[in-house]
Design a protein around this ligand. Sequence first.
Ligand code: PMV
Length: 312
Amino acid sequence: MTESSAPAKIILLGEHAVVYGRPAIAVPVSSLRATATAEPGAPGSGLHIFAADLNQTLPVNVHSELVDNALIQTARLLLQTLNRPALDLVVTLRSQIPMASGLGSGAAVSTALALALNSALGSPLDRAQINDLIFQVETLHHGTPSGIDNTVVVYEQPVYFVRGQPLESVRIGAPLTLLIADTGQGALTKIAVGAVRELYNADPQRIQPVLDEIGALVLEARQAIELGDSVNLGKLVSRNHEYLKILTVSSPELDILVDAALQAGALGAKLSGGGRGGNMIALVTEQTAPHVRTALARAGAVRVFDTTVGVT
Ligand code: PMV
């Protein structure tokens, strides 16, 4: 029996603008994970995925071209890439990551599955190949992803991401403590990305400068992160939220949580991911964390996680 896993992720800055070639910074949330356990199946039984959280068993037909479930697609692409037949295996998947909330749950579950299958086959694929594979799956299911989600999840390290460019990791100058608060409203990234596209197409002269501003503040934020300057980083995070509002991807609930976090002493706060629901993040210190957490819960957050980035 082998176990593989992959983390959740959050986008610190730059979502949406990253689709248009601007940089973005994302970090793994290693405390929240998707796990895949592979066990040998009966001879001739083929490959089955057991999605434990949904109590669903999915048989994998390697030769089908049907674009169906993302999990089946992941397994099939992996076997097709390696030109291998379906092996007699049962892969059980479990995830602690809330779905459709900007935490990369889809990418994490697919990655855990791909890692488990790869390991059952003697690890012929390296991380870069797994990353390409998960990107293909994301493309089938989310339209035009920038690739940031699969990259941060597969490599499990803070990334400075520019679409189509080689991976750059970000050095964390001083640990970042973040609270991640869930509005409780599921949101589909594809719809938010489509709405920004419509906005952009309708008035590129107005939207282009917003994307440029986001790109510029991400560059500045990278420096602040590397220097351990959380105060400046917090300001940039909050400024990023204002630009995301212009892109129409915030929501009243997200704005309420952002305001509550700032009033309770957070250094910065913004929505994270596709927006229009899902999660927001607040950059806090050890001292302010309990106050901000309480304020977020009072303001309607259905769940508040904390994570510290940059602690080895
Ligand atoms: O998967 P989410 O909801 O964290 O959002 C992905 C980030 C976007 O920039 C909105 C889309 C993308 O493909 O980069």
